[in-house]
Design a protein around this ligand. Structure first.
Ligand code: FDA
Length: 392
């Protein structure tokens, strides 16, 4: 049986794999882009509520979590949000900034996939979609990949099959398995950008399902000011998703429900509106159902004039540092990304190549680089894909 030869085989036609393929293809390399799914970029299609938050203009290495926080710096500096925007503009895709530097398509995420596929076609990239990869071997300086009974060979292999999040969309640990097979170390994976679950002690909050509030969520020294959303299982919303990427099991997170209140706000309220009920004062700053639950937990009630300043100060401090004790998360089934992955220690920052396995590269979410919510993960996929695409 004769094998088809390429300069590079890229496993995974998601964000990172598409970018690596179009980059290498347009450099004149013969590239095979492989995916077990029947169509490319399935996560791009569902991202950003179908509008794809394709980058963030505030991209910087400190917005990524990794065992080596400096690793992402080089690739991110060489392929920036402005570079991706230039591509988007060239394809006349309309976009807008939603909030916090997050750029979205005005129309549909499908435009991004179509753009990347058109660029791949310009580069003469070959596609093998819809069949499982049944084997990957390395001998005599060549990688041999078996797909549907056919062998494909190349001196370079790029692992771009993403992380473990949303298995029902076809996510697998394939890149991690191949990395281990070739002796590369893998940082323990965990679900990230994921909702928290609350146990029986905090079940009262689960009854607030659907209520949201602007908060500061804190874990250790890391804090995010965004919306929090109560769900029937626990806590979600951008603030909670962000902090979940840092959280460690069996530790509390702290929520400031009064991010804009001055330190003596409740005492000032007492002076300004002495006849106002404590719960009414709290409900002036928070959704009513949430205010009621918090007041119930604080065990303080009555007219403000009847409450001592010390008790009010104490209540306000509690509302500004409310501890929640998640008993877990909703796991990979609901996680937007996977933290951990192929260790950055074994990869070159410049080419994404594994030093001890020549020709083997890893990019995107499969690597131990996890961005904040808000377009940072796609920017990492584009930047790391570009870095590998320029090297293979
Ligand atoms: P990605 O998962 O995109 O691609 C991997 C590819 O490999 C897939 O096409 C898969 O089919 C294929 N594959 C997997 N196993 C394989 C195997 N065994 N054999 C062959 N192929 C295999 N980020 C962001 O910046 N902005 C946003 O708006 C969003 N929104 C969002 C919404 C939702 C619901 C999720 C789940 C995630 C996001 N993200 C996001 C995160 C973002 O989607 C993610 O970080 C990137 O898609 C990662 O790109 P990769 O190319 O590394 O993996």
């Amino acid at each position: 049986m004769s094998a088809t030869s390429y300069d590079a085989i890229i496993l995974g036609a998601g964000a990172a794999g598409l970018m690596a393929a179009l980059t290498a293809g347009q450099r004149g390399r013969r590239v095979l882009l492989v995916d077990h799914a029947g169509e490319p970029g399935k996560k791009i299609l569902i991202s950003g509520g179908g509008r794809c938050n394709f980058t963030n203009i505030h991209t910087a290495a400190d917005r990524y979590i990794s065992e080596n926080p400096h690793f992402a710096r080089s690739a991110l500096a060489r392929y920036t949000p402005a570079d991706f925007l230039e591509l988007v503009n060239r394809h006349s895709i309309a976009w807008h900034e939603k909030t916090l530097g997050q750029l979205f398509c005005d129309g549909s995420a499908r435009q991004i996939v179509e753009m990347l596929m058109a660029e791949c076609r310009d580069g003469g990239v070959s596609f093998a979609f819809g069949d499982p990869v049944s084997g990957v071997e390395h001998a005599d300086g060549r990688y041999r990949v078996m797909i549907d009974g056919r062998e494909h060979q190349a001196p370079s292999l790029v692992l771009a099959t993403g992380g473990l999040s949303i298995p029902k969309m076809g996510a697998t640990g394939f890149a991690l398995d191949i990395a281990r097979k070739f002796g590369l170390s893998v940082v323990q994976t965990r679900p990230a950008l994921v909702p928290f679950t609350l146990g029986e002690d905090e079940a009262l909050f689960r009854s607030l399902s659907g209520v949201s509030a602007d908060v500061i969520a804190r874990w250790g020294k890391t804090a995010f000011r965004e919306a929090a959303l109560f769900t029937h299982k626990g806590l979600s919303g951008p603030a909670m998703l962000q902090i979940s990427s840092y959280w460690q099991h069996r530790t509390p997170i702290e929520v400031n429900f009064l991010p804009d209140a001055g330190t003596d706000w409740l005492i000032e309220e007492k002076q300004a509106r002495p006849r106002s009920a404590f719960r009414t004062a709290i409900a002036r700053r928070l959704p009513e159902r949430l205010a009621e639950t918090l007041v119930e937990r604080l065990g303080l009630d009555g007219e403000l004039s009847t409450l001592r300043d010390g008790a009010l100060r104490n209540a306000q401090e509690k509302l500004a540092r409310w501890p929640f004790h998640p008993n877990g998360t909703e796991g990979y089934a609901k996680a937007e990304v996977t933290a951990g992955g192929i260790s950055t220690r074994v990869l070159s920052q410049k080419t994404m190549e594994a030093g001890k396995v020549p020709g083997l590269h890893a990019i995107g979410e499969a690597v131990d680089v996890t961005g904040w919510l808000g377009g940072y993960n796609f920017q990492w996929a584009w930047a790391s894909g570009r870095a590998a695409g320029e090297a293979i």
